[in-house]
Ligand binder design. Structure first.
Ligand code: ADP
Ligand code: MG
Length: 251
């Protein structure tokens, strides 16, 4: 044992992670580490295994082998709902908001005390919930849309609302799969601002293709290719890596 060496504490430590679908390794012996208060972006060509990595972390897909440690807890042995309670929130590509509820109600039902729609709608809207809803609505640029039905929001606003529905649960790790797809240029810039603001208390793991957006947010970039890391480091480093140019950026 090395004297004077403390092992570094990562928020998330993925080690030798592998998932095999009928013999095809969509994620193949993958290891990467995310720090506290870090925005990490995963990029790579279609089919590289990016979404599968998020599926493995949130427990939607079970690993064939390897480990996912979150604050020292092994996630590969936990169920999806236990992983959420441990502090991992995940947004899917298509927003799953309640169209016939207002922005306020969508945020309110996502508040941890009332996870089921039924329970949430009948519980008293006490001051703590209301304050938190207002705080999150401000963060996601929807504070003047609180009473609007969610189906009337723009595509970008719906994406923000879904991020808000995760934020209200105060996760330590927020995972987003292509959050700015379909957004306007100004909505993309605001989303970058939003992510830069929320990492004061948490880390964010984002999959994204929009390179301008990646440059605006990434502390570090992990480039995936065929379920493995092709390159990793600062945006500057990976975008000048000939391997990355060849399999991804050159296209
Ligand atoms: P990316 O998000 O990087 O585009 P995915 O993680 O969605 O890639 O997919 C990686 C590969 O794994 C693809 O070839 C995909 O077809 C395959 N795959 C993903 N999920 C499954 C599954 N549940 N069963 C079989 N194959 C899958
Ligand atoms: Mg994907």
């Amino acid at each position: 044992m090395l004297v004077g060496h403390q092992p570094k504490e990562f928020l998330l430590a993925v080690e030798a992670l592998t998932v095999s679908f009928d013999g095809f390794k969509a994620v193949n012996d993958l290891s990467f580490y995310v720090d506290e208060n870090e925005i990490r972006v995963i990029i790579g060509p279609n089919g590289a295994g990016k979404t599968t990595v998020l599926d493995l972390i949130c427990g939607k897909t079970k690993a064939t082998s390897g480990s996912i440690q979150f604050r020292g807890k092994e996630l590969t042995r936990m169920r999806e709902n236990e992983i959420v309670k441990t502090g991992v929130g995940r947004k899917f590509q298509n927003p799953s908001i309640y169209d016939d509820l207002t922005v306020f109600e969508n945020l309110e039902i996502s508040y941890p005390r009332g996870r089921s729609v039924f329970g949430a709608l009948t519980f008293t809207r006490d001051a703590a919930v209301r304050d938190r809803v207002h705080e999150v609505a401000e963060m996601i640029f929807l504070k003047d849309r609180l009473n609007m039905n969610a189906d009337l929001l723009s595509h970008g606003q719906k994406q923000w609302l879904e991020i808000g529905m995760l934020l209200i649960q105060d996760p330590d790790l927020l995972m987003l799969d292509e959050p700015v797809a379909g957004m306007s240029v100004s909505e993309r810039a605001k989303t970058a601002e939003l992510l830069n603001r929320i990492i004061k208390n948490r880390s964010v793991l984002v999959i994204e293709h929009d390179m301008k957006f990646v440059e605006d947010i990434a502390h570090k970039v992990t480039v995936l290719h065929q379920g493995q890391i092709l390159s990793e480091g600062t945006m500057e480093k990976v975008k000048n890596d000939p391997k990355v140019v060849e399999v991804y950026l050159g296209h």
